[in-house]
Write a protein that binds this ligand. Sequence first.
Ligand code: MD3
Ligand code: FE
Length: 219
Amino acid sequence: MSATTAFLFDDAPPPRERQALGPGALLLPGFALDRVEPLLQAVEAVQQQAPLRHLVTPGGLRMSVAMTNCGHVGWVSDRSGYRYDPLDPQSGRPWPAMPPALQTLAADAARAAGYDGFAPDACLINQYLPGTRLSLHQDRDERDQGAPIVSVSLGLPAVFLFGGAQRGDRVARHALFHGDVVVWGGASRLYFHGIAPLKEGSHPVLGERRLNLTFRKAR
Ligand code: MD3
Ligand code: FE
C-alpha cells in the first residue's frame, strides 16, 4: 500500500452505520462532524485556564495521555489514588465551567442513543500524540453508574480496545475516527477498555494528535 493510500484510509473512513459495540454501547459515526469548529474553540478556551498535563498513577507511573477537565468536577490521579475533584490541583482553582457547545453535544448524543436529560457534570479531555496509549481499565469512579458516558473522538484515528466485564475477557478492536461519538451505557459502562498506541499521522484539522472528550455524571 502506498503512503497516499494509507493517508486516505485514515482520514476518510468508509461510510458506517450506527452500530452496537457492546451491550448498551452505541457508535454514532461522525455525529460531531458538523460542530467540530465550536467544539475545538471550546476545548482551547478550557486548556487556557487548565492546561493539559500528565498525571501520575497511584503506582507512581506518569500517564502518556495528557489530560485536563471542565465542569463541576474533574478526574484526577496522584500517588494517593483516583478521584473527582472540584479543584484543579495544579492551580488550586475550580475547573473551567463546561462550555455550552460541549454540554449540548453530549446531551444530543445521549438522546440519540435513548438517554433523555443527560446532564454531565464532568468532561475529561485526553490528548494523544503518536505512541500515546491508554492501558486497559474500567471507569468506576463515578457515583451514578446508571448514567451513560459519552465519548467524542477528534483528530487522528485510534484503535479502541474493548474487553468485557472481567479483565481477562477477550479484547475486540474498533477504529474510532474524527467526529465519532460513542454512548456507553448498560452493561458496557463497566467493561474494560483502552486505546492502542496511536499511529503516526497528520490530521488536516488537528495535526499530529488525537483528542478524546468523555462526558460523565460523576456525582
Ligand atoms: C467504555 N478514554 O477517558 S474513549 C477514559 O479514547 C477513556 O481517551 C479513551 O477510556 C480515550 O476513561 C476511550 C471510549 C470510552 C470512554 C469511556 C468508557 C469507552 C468507555 C467508559 C466505560 C466503557
Ligand atoms: Fe475509560
